[in-house]
Design a protein around this ligand. Structure first.
Ligand code: 5GP
Ligand code: ZN
Length: 116
């Protein structure tokens, strides 16, 4: 996807602060962190969101979750706790339409819910 920010990061056309990479997955620090630790975990394959992932994508999605566990261990936040979420569509606040998990940690996170 030529106009996708995350595809450009994967291709190295845009810089990122990488924390993890393998043949299928990339993880890097969020440019506008909403927590002391805020990492984005993305598949190298362009998938717009979890809502449009197909049967051929479940393995990659499992790998993203495996990567999340590994990154949490490496960043030493397992004991203190962390959150892994993905936003789908407008009401969830999805702004980048390339599937990504947010891994957030490093402080007590606010509860999930409706925006006031
Ligand atoms: P969404 O709201 O789509 O779930 O989250 C997109 C996230 O991507 C936001 O937290 C935003 O700060 C982050 N983001 C957007 N553009 C860039 C970028 O160019 N580099 C990095 N590292 N993060 C980005
Ligand atoms: Zn993309």
């Amino acid at each position: 996807m030529s106009d996708c920010i995350f595809c450009k990061i994967i291709e190295g056309e845009l810089p990122s602060k990488k924390v993890y990479e393998d043949s299928e997955i990339l993880a890097f620090h969020d440019i506008q962190p909403a927590a002391p630790i805020h990492v984005l975990i993305i598949p190298k394959k362009h998938i717009a969101s979890l809502a449009v992932a197909g049967a051929e994508d479940w393995n990659i999605i499992g790998q993203m979750q495996r990567a999340a566990s590994q990154i949490a261990r490496e960043l030493e936040v397992v004991e203190s706790g962390y959150r892994v979420i993905t936003n789908i569509g407008a009401n969830a606040g999805q702004i980048v339409h390339h599937l990504h998990y947010h891994l957030m940690a490093g402080a007590r996170l606010s509860p999930l819910g409706v925006h006031n």
